[in-house]
Design a protein around this ligand. Structure first.
Ligand SMILES: Cc1cc2nc3c(=O)[nH]c(=O)nc-3n(C[C@H](O)[C@H](O)[C@H](O)COP(=O)(O)OP(=O)(O)OC[C@H]3O[C@@H](n4cnc5c(N)ncnc54)[C@H](O)[C@@H]3O)c2cc1C
Length: 629
């Protein structure tokens, strides 16, 4: 390390999962990377445990997906309880064509170790432990980085500095930047226990359990008989006292005893958690680029922290590699900044709702949560409001890089993620869409005949030369063309699910997002220019008024929940009951008397704890969810 040597192409600050993913993505594209890590080993304790289907796709593209899947525990859904009664169960989508489970559990430290092993096997990545960044200076063409090491202070020079040094980012502080947004009140004790229980792998949540009245308790199974137990602590409690190990053991023991446990267990790790929804305004500052928790924080409910950080990493890796290789102007990095800031907004919009259920901050939200939990026991539709909305891949509709789609386009639109899909290869063997399209740009040509195929092949070859060394792979989907050296998929359901029309070409980015839908394959000639400039033709950006895909009935319930909670918070405490009584009168006057009587009966019955498990409310048409459970 010395100030006179040639600048390194990229220095990554922080070997958390996001920094390591950036390094692997760059190395995959032939870029040399130096990763500086302040600690001397991977992090301890589970922290992020739930890895989404999309993150598994990222992990596979970066070369460590198989190792994760060998260890991780897949799961499909979960159950929520109110006091002693089970009030909802949910299942995440899992269709026959899905390649992976919607979610798998693996402790973050184990995931990090898998990534370290992958990095150590990569000659293009140098990982330096006990190398803490303590200063930097960006002169516009080179960034000088001050690093504290066991041998003293050292200076590195780099063309690009990627700051992935976590939620308490020193890099952010050194750059004079701060995260803006909201922090939530509720505090959770987070603990890992070793508990050889054979309970299923699912998300279980208890609201107001008898073992910890007023609190919320969450349990998740991880590999190696490790269980994650999170519980909310009383806002009036002394946090230091609550964090004493004896106290934590006592709380967890009460809960496990209540579950009927007779298997010995040990406390392995614990921490304190508060939910934050905060981000930098811009993720790119000169030659310093922020990613992961250093750039944004999202509440853990819905598990979007690490999952969104891996998306940052994959997008940044291909874009930064294109800039370093001079295939793109630095303007492309603005697309990274815009897309990932928008992804944070999407994540926060979902996570904020889950957080209001997990840690309702005001009396209005406390009251409505209890009502929703009780109603869910009889009317499953209310369960939508408690559904944890687990992390799913974010879109890039508002990116300047995302092409316009024509008005007839339906299904998967530019900016959307194109999910992996089980397909059968030409030789009859089982494979997947992602395997066939590869890790670079994928061109999916739908319903082509031989003459169209000849035209698209010529365009694809030109594009491949322009984008090299990023690979470009043409894949034929359905149609009558006879492929020469290109994979072919025959799967009408895939084409239907993507909403692709015969003759269309889907241009899929290396990070799995759809860049463009081309009705005219000669438009392929504009793809590399658009990447070079970081702009889609005609400026890109899908309309901001993107259709909300939430079913109208769910949207309606969500609106009721939010507006009722806010109204309860707005009125004087003494008038809450009065306001709700007036509201019931007003609404009751709008429906037939028998409907009102039946709703009244349910409302009364569902207030009795001993009736929650057995109550079956009236099933008249017009009630949410139709049939009661
Ligand atoms: C209790 C808890 C539960 C969570 N559960 C989930 C979940 O289920 N799913 C999910 O997706 N997310 C979850 N998250 C969020 C997830 O843990 C983070 O989003 C994730 O760790 C972010 O990764 P990162 O690489 O950006 O940062 P980090 O993992 O924080 O890594 C930053 C690294 O930078 C190093 N570093 C710091 N300063 C310097 C410096 N000056 N120089 C060099 N190195 C430095 C640190 O030592 C560290 O190794 C959870 C978080 C918590 C706290």
């Amino acid at each position: 390390m010395g100030p006179d040597t040639d600048p390194l192409p990229v220095v990554v600050v922080g070997a958390g999962p996001v920094g390591m993913a950036v390094a692997l993505g760059l190395a995959q594209r032939g870029i040399r990377v130096t990763v500086l890590e302040a600690a001397d080993t991977v992090s301890f304790g589970s922290r992020a445990i739930c890895i989404s289907r999309h993150s598994l796709e990222v992990a596979h593209r970066l070369g460590f997906g198989e190792a994760v899947e060998e260890t991780a525990l897949p799961w499909l859904g979960g159950r929520s309880y109110f006091r002693e009664a089970e009030v909802i169960s949910f299942r995440m989508p899992m269709a026959e064509h899905d390649v992976r489970a919607p979610m798998v559990n693996i402790g973050q430290s184990e995931l990090e170790q898998i990534m370290v092993d992958r990095i150590l096997a990569d000659p293009l990545v140098t990982l330096a432990w006990r190398a803490e960044v303590v200063g930097f200076h960006d002169d516009g063409s080179v960034v000088e980085v001050g690093v504290s090491t066991v041998e003293g202070l050292r200076t590195l020079r780099a063309r690009w500095l990627v700051a992935t040094d976590g939620g308490r980012s020193r890099m952010r502080e050194l750059a004079g930047l701060s995260l803006e947004g909201t922090s939530y009140e509720g505090r959770y004790v987070i603990a890992d226990i070793h508990w050889p229980s054979d309970l299923p792998v699912e998300r279980r949540v208890w609201f107001d359990p008898p073992t910890n009245p007023g609190s919320t308790v969450l349990m998740h199974r991880q590999p190696h008989d490790i269980w994650r137990v999170d519980y909310q602590i009383d806002p009036r409690a002394d946090v230091d006292a609550e964090l004493q190990e004896d106290r934590i053991r006592e709380q967890i023991a009460q809960h496990l005893d209540w579950l009927g446990n007779d298997v010995p267990w040990t406390l392995e790790w614990h921490g304190l958690y508060m939910a934050h929804a905060r981000a930098l305004d811009d993720f790119v500052h000169g030659r310093v680029i922020f990613a992961g928790d250093a750039a944004h924080l999202v509440p853990i409910f819905g598990v979007r922290g690490l999952n969104s950080g891996l998306e940052d990493a994959e997008t940044l890796a291909w874009m930064l590699a294109a800039v370093i290789d001079d295939r793109a102007e630095p303007a492309l990095l603005q697309a990274y900044a815009v897309e990932r800031r928008s992804a944070w907004e999407q994540n926060v919009s979902n996570a904020a709702k889950s957080t209001r259920i997990m840690t309702p901050g005001t009396q209005g939200y406390v009251d409505t949560r209890e009502a929703i939990l009780r109603l869910s026991a009889a009317y499953p539709a209310f369960g939508f409001l408690i559904n944890p909305r687990q992390s799913s891949a974010t879109h890039a509709h508002t990116s300047m890089l995302t092409w316009h789609a024509d008005t007839q386009a339906r299904g998967t639109l530019p900016g959307d993620p194109v999910p992996d899909w089980r397909v059968v290869g030409e030789d009859g063997s089982a494979t997947t869409l992602n395997v066939l399209r590869g890790n670079g740009f994928g061109l999916l040509a739908f319903g082509f005949d031989d003459s169209m195929y000849a035209a698209v092949t010529a365009g694809a070859e030109r594009l491949a030369k322009e984008l090299a060394p990023e690979p470009t792979q043409l894949v034929l989907v359905n149609g009558t063309a006879t492929p020469i050296g290109h994979p072919m998929i025959v799967d009408e359901q895939l084409q239907w699910a993507l909403g692709a029309r015969d003759g269309e070409v889907f241009v899929v980015r290396p990070d799995g997002l759809l860049l463009a839908r081309l009705v005219d394959p000669t438009d392929l000639d504009q793809v590399s220019d658009s990447i070079r400039s970081g702009q889609a033709p005609e400026g890109g950006r899908m309309a901001p008024e993107w259709p909300d895909t939430t079913p109208p009935a769910d949207r309606h319930l969500e609106h009721l929940w939010l507006s009722l909670s806010d109204a309860i918070d707005r009125v004087d405490q003494q008038d809450r009951e009065g306001m709700l009584t007036r509201l019931a009168f007003l609404l009751g006057s709008l429906v037939p008397v028998n409907r009102f009587a039946s709703a009244l009966g349910s409302a009364v019955e569902l207030g009795k704890d001993d009736r929650l498990d057995s109550v079956h409310a009236a099933t008249e048409q017009g009630y949410p969810g139709g049939e009661a459970r």
